[in-house]
Design a protein around this ligand. Structure first.
Ligand code: PMV
Length: 326
């Protein structure tokens, strides 16, 4: 076999209703459904090359040989691809991102969405978006949502077949902007993979999961009706619930820092004074602030003045994963 390359690009996403904890860790079947907005402007590109001289998969990230942990994660994903395709060859993967690692924008979602698309092409797997979404989910749960642009829902399902994402609305549907207030760029001490395993040790997880359908419905309706108040209400509630589970897991996970809380409080006050803003926080200390595009510059300006904010990264709703044809 001669070397053959495929290039795929995908965008990260921000969860509006969070995925936290699995029914099945091995197959990444989540405990509850989730909803996200795919982020435009920020992306990860992967170039996947099949070559006959390779004896295992090799990964570089932004030009550097990737860590052992990242190599293992890629190899586990590619083992699924080989199993599903019946093809046994290995590949070289070069991954590059245009946003800083540790900025609070989850790079694994974009990376595994792009990897799923590239691998499907290179290994002749089906390329229907639902198939790609299932495949991406095996690399990183939230990656199954980054296959699509705009507003996306991951249907939790019960097994590999029934767990995948579907689009809710296109990127043009609503001019929401995610302003990411970066307060720390340190690598997180506990990965989300480990966090998902700990979720079930919190007595609050059962309650969060049982009430998720109600929040999913409120979020879906808020998006479809472009109702910012409804969205703000459910997004903050859901983020607080997930962090309550994290903080009450055994051992507990505290991702927030002092600055995180200061920003949360500022956002609540700005909203009370009439600015359409709300916060949501993933597995890290950085805060995603959602607003409408007319207010985005003003929000960025105000955020930049909050003590401890190092940088504000802005992203509108972006498109789904795509191949870069030669
Ligand atoms: O896809 P993972 O394993 O990186 O988990 C993502 C977890 C959160 O970002 C906290 C929530 C989510 O739904 O994206």
């Amino acid at each position: 076999m001669s070397a053959k390359s495929v290039i795929a690009i995908a965008h990260p996403n921000i969860a509006l209703i969070k995925y936290w904890g699995n029914l099945d860790d091995e197959w990444t079947i989540p405990a509850n459904g989730s909803i996200s907005m795919t982020l435009g402007g920020v992306f990860t590109q992967v170039c996947m090359t099949a070559a006959e001289n390779l004896e295992h998969d090799q990964l570089t990230m932004d030009g550097q040989v990737a860590s052992e942990a990242a190599q293992t994660r890629l190899r586990q994903f590619m083992d699924h691809v080989r199993h599903l395709s019946g093809k046994t060859f290995f590949c070289r993967v070069e991954s590059t991102s245009n946003f800083p690692r540790g900025s609070g924008i989850a790079s694994s979602a974009a990376a595994f969405a792009a990897l799923a698309l590239a691998a499907a092409k290179l290994y002749d797997l089906p390329t229907h978006p639902i198939e790609l979404s299932r495949l991406a989910r095996l690399g990183s749960g939230s990656a199954c949502r980054s296959i699509y642009g705009g507003f996306v829902e991951w249907l939790a399902g019960r097994d590999h077949q029934s767990s995948y994402a579907i689009p809710i609305a296109s990127p043009e549907h609503w001019d929401l902007v995610d302003c990411v207030a970066v307060v720390s760029t340190e690598h997180k001490a506990v990965s989300s993979r480990e966090g998902h395993r700990l979720a079930k040790t919190s007595p609050l997880q059962r309650c969060r999961v049982q009430s998720a359908d109600q929040r999913l419905e409120q979020c879906r309706q808020a998006i479809l009706q472009r109702d910012f108040e409804q969205l703000a209400d459910v997004v903050e509630w859901d983020s607080n619930l997930m962090h309550s589970v994290m903080m009450t897991s055994q051992p507990p996970l505290f991702y927030w820092r002092g600055e995180t809380l200061v920003i949360m409080e500022e956002i609540r006050q700005w909203r009370n004074r009439g600015t359409p803003v709300c916060y949501t926080i993933d597995a890290g200390p950085n805060v995603h602030i959602l607003t409408l595009s007319n207010y985005a510059e003003q929000v960025k300006e105000k955020l930049s003045q909050v003590a401890g904010v190092r940088e504000v990264i802005m992203a509108k709703a972006g498109e789904g994963a795509y191949l870069l044809e030669p």
